[in-house]
Design a protein around this ligand. Sequence first.
Ligand code: MTE
Length: 326
Amino acid sequence: MLIKRNPNGIDLPFSSEITPQDVYEGRRQFLARVAAGAVVGSGLWEMANRQAFAQGAALAKLPATRNAAFSTGETQTSFADATHYNNFYEFGTDKSDPAENAHTLRTRPWTVQVEGEVRKPMTIDIDRLTKLAPLEERIYRLRCVEGWSMVIPWVGYSLSNLIKQVEPTGNAKYVEFVTLADRKQMPGVGSRVLEWPYVEGLRMDEAMHPLALLTVGMYGQVLPNQNGAPVRIVVPWKYGFKSAKSIVKIRFVRDQPKTAWNGIAPNEYGFYSNVNPNVDHPRWSQASERRIGEGGLFTPKRKTLLFNGYNEVASLYTGMDLKKFY
Ligand code: MTE
């Protein structure tokens, strides 16, 4: 997020960076030819595999019941855009890097360690975690601190379901999410752009809010690697960087965790990072946003809404100065 900027300071998604629909259609036809045996053994097999990965062609279906009360009716971002315009620095800093590189991530076996100030710590296998509560589909807006947003049908359940299982003690004031940092699988972990592992955190009452989603899928399928497989969180009223991907540890702690972006640039990225059009980033305005896939560069931007429009979380911050606690 700190790295690639246009002259205005905002990392705008230039339309040329997003592969157009017809190119994807072309890839589909290519894959169909591969399936028909036209290019097997011709040296293009590896390339086809990578493309199949990039398209999410082989992803398992994940049936879920739509939670209409927690879903926006706004037009959904296309699967192609949501999986090819990503921030996942463990796989590189360009928006196209995660789709290009994340095929090296191994998502099985995978366990999540839940520990710290809890009565019942546990190490839970991803397949058990996926079944811990009924899966819901929730169509959330996600607003990135860089000034763009998407609308994505996520699959998961309220994080509170997991939290209740481990019985936090009275000392648990915050929840820390620690994500995988394995150089062998993640080429970006060799870089010094952030401190690894990528860590994020929430205050306990934020983590318990029903909107905070423990997420295992999107668009009716398991998460593509570049979107944080096999498990991430999605916190729709906060800037996207709070939504940690590929989580391996969830820790309940007394003190506010030192988080990745807050740690590297505390004056730019606060711990709370609630979407707030009234608090500018020191280098750019947060008053408006560009919806990915919506028109071209000259399409008027949308007005950004406080808490990304999720007003039901406002009571979590009663009495807090949101300019101070940005
Ligand atoms: N999680 C990890 N582990 N590493 C990252 O670099 N980037 C964050 C967040 N979670 C990031 C991460 C940022 S800046 C954003 S905007 C969202 O993931 C992007 O999620 P998406 O690619 O699924 O849209």
